[in-house]
Design a protein around this ligand. Structure first.
Ligand code: ZN
Length: 348
């Protein structure tokens, strides 16, 4: 085992059925509030154990503690209401006309480190490098209804970029190996990403003493998203979004290629950065084979150095069964091992 190509996941894993209803986003907790902290610790330990059992090189907490990847951050922010939601057109209405979003009802403030305790919990479970994920500022403001109206959308993204930056710096100081910002909106609002989204991302990641990453995808593996992917014919978005990110100091970029018609060659735009290549479809239960993963990695090696290449999922695995998630993680590790062996042999 070992070798230059490593394996990891975007972030989330399915939750145990005793914690939340499987297979749906934003599922409410099944556990009474008094028991929730212990239950979240236990679920996190199971998630990390499944990643270690698969053999991932970089692990996450499986995002077990958050009901949604944006609310996980917003829950702690003063003047944001994540309990009484509003309906808002989000994601350019690509997947549906409206979605439930949190409400901004005052001036947002960072209350001090929110995810550091959770990070320490994971670090106590493993010596492997740990990645923590945060929402990117553009995706965050898309998932928020501003009921104060003092800021333009771009200005509000900058306000939240500063709050995200403080959390990201605290996570890095506490030993996070990677801090990743999830910015699916970069593949939706192409003009705004150019005009202010990328500047907000740079502001969120500035001075963070860890490897910084951005995840840009075409959405989770729910039916609304998979239905859209089935009819969509334009997969050119990465040509613009990756070109923007390429000019930043962000160290690594996570993209989706398994479930969509994206040519792996688009990663040529990311020369010099780590590439987390999505080779596992998060929208279906059937696991990829190690050979399928290896095929994708071989194609990528025309455009990225092996020690900058990671076999990865397209997006979070939260909607899959635990068995499917385990099989898909194992396929990533086995596929990377195949190509690492080929690289070792070609060098000897
Ligand atoms: Zn994603």
């Amino acid at each position: 085992m070992g070798g230059p190509i490593r394996a990891t996941i975007v972030g989330s894993l399915p939750r145990p059925g005793w914690l939340a209803v499987p297979g749906i986003l934003q599922a409410p907790w099944k556990v009474p509030a008094d028991d929730l902290p212990e239950a979240l610790d236990d679920a996190t330990r199971l998630a990390v154990e499944s990643e270690l059992a698969a053999g991932l090189d970089v692990v996450t907490d499986g995002e077990q503690r958050r009901r949604h990847y944006v609310w996980g951050f917003l829950d702690g922010i003063a003047a944001v209401d994540t309990a009484h939601l509003a309906m808002k057109p989000t994601r350019g209405q690509r997947f549906r006309t409206e979605a439930p979003v949190a409400r901004l009802i005052g001036e947002p403030e960072w209350p001090g480190p929110m995810q550091v305790d959770a990070l320490q919990h994971v670090r106590a479970l493993t010596d492997r490098p740990v990645k923590v994920t945060l929402p990117g500022p553009m995706t965050l403001v898309d998932s928020l209804q501003d009921e104060v109206g003092r800021h333009s959308t771009a200005d509000l993204a900058m306000v939240f970029a500063d709050l995200l930056n403080r959390e990201a710096r605290a996570l890095a100081e506490a030993g996070a190996a990677v801090v990743q910002f999830d910015e699916p909106c970069f593949n939706i609002y192409l003009e705004q990403a150019r005009d202010w989204g990328v500047a907000a991302l740079e502001r969120a990641s500035a001075g963070v003493g860890a490897t910084t990453g951005v995840h840009i995808c075409y959405g989770y593996g729910g039916s609304e998203v998979t239905d859209w992917k089935a009819i969509n014919r334009d997969w050119s978005h990465y040509e613009q979004s990756l070109a923007l990110v390429a000019r930043t100091a962000i160290d690594q970029v996570s993209i989706e290629t398994a479930a969509v018609g994206v040519d792996i060659g688009v990663i040529e735009l990311l020369r010099g950065k780590d590439v987390l290549l999505g080779l596992v479809d998060v929208g279906r239960e059937t696991a990829e084979t190690p050979q399928q993963v290896a095929d994708g990695l071989r194609r990528a090696l025309d455009h990225v150095a092996p020690d900058r290449l990671f076999a990865c999922t397209d997006c979070g695995l939260v909607l899959r069964s635990r068995a499917a998630a385990a099989a898909k993680m194992s396929a990533l590790v086995a596929g990377a091992a195949i190509v690492n062996r080929e690289l070792a042999c070609s060098a000897c």
